[in-house]
Design a protein around this ligand. Structure first.
Ligand SMILES: [Zn+2]
Length: 231
């Protein structure tokens, strides 16, 4: 059973979503949320893997996570530019898919330039989707960090608990689907170690961070029952 409040995740390259927030995707899909990925290149500038291989790896990874995916042509891998026309194109996708939650790469500049440029475009698109017809207002925009360097400094993250049974195994399998990329470095271990550190901070086995674009709003303090710190 899929929830009526879908999640839409944007990635600049075929493996960004899986490495940056794949545990969260596994968790959300397992809980019944419909998840769709928009991947804005075929990774054609990468050191390893042909575009065809990387497309196949993405499709497999999305399937493992319980998500669907589609590819969008913008400027191509390593050539992404921030342009109004791109933001409008992404806004059109948001209007079509009507997600409640949107995930995009963080705006920190010390990472692949396609990542933070796409983050900027998605933020603009989320705003533009509210105008014109048929307008759609998303509930929340969160940023994910593909690498440790991409985590915004000094911003307390929202930590998503990945302790539910099977979530980390599903996420690991999705990352391993990007076999061509694992020839460069052991990215799977890197991401699992990151998630372990975030989890340990909060007394959990594993957790992944998201960084809200705007303050989160709760009906009352009663809804806020957990934090990373034990006072
Ligand atoms: Zn990337």
């Amino acid at each position: 059973m899929k929830s009526a409040r879908p999640l839409l995740a944007f990635g600049a390259h075929p493996d960004d979503v899986e490495f940056g927030c794949g545990g969260i995707i596994a968790r959300e899909a397992e809980a019944g949320r419909a998840v769709h990925f928009i991947i804005c290149s075929h990774g054609e500038a990468g050191t390893n893997g042909t575009p065809a291989q990387r497309t196949a790896e993405s499709k497999k990874a999305a399937r493992v996570l319980g998500a669907t995916c589609e590819f969008l042509k913008l400027d191509g891998d390593a050539h992404l530019e921030v342009r109004a026309a791109h933001a409008l194109k992404l806004a059109g996708i948001i209007r079509r898919l009507r997600p409640a939650v949107v995930l995009a790469p963080s705006l920190e500049q010390n990472q692949h330039p396609d990542h933070y440029r796409l983050g900027q475009l998605v933020r603009d698109a989320s705003r533009l989707a509210r105008y014109g017809g048929p307008a759609h207002a998303i509930d929340q925009l969160f940023f994910y960090a593909v690498t440790p360097e991409a985590e915004p400094a000094g911003v307390p993250p929202v930590l998503i608990d990945l302790s539910a049974p099977g979530v980390v195994a599903t996420w690991t399998a999705a990352m391993e689907a990007h076999a061509s990329q694992l020839r460069t470095r052991n990215y799977v271990e890197l991401q699992l170690a990151r998630a372990r550190v975030h989890g340990l901070r909060a007394g959990l086995e594993y957790a992944q961070p998201l960084f809200p674009n705007d303050p989160l709003v709760f009906d009352s303090l009663a809804a806020v029952t957990r934090s990373a710190r034990r006072f």
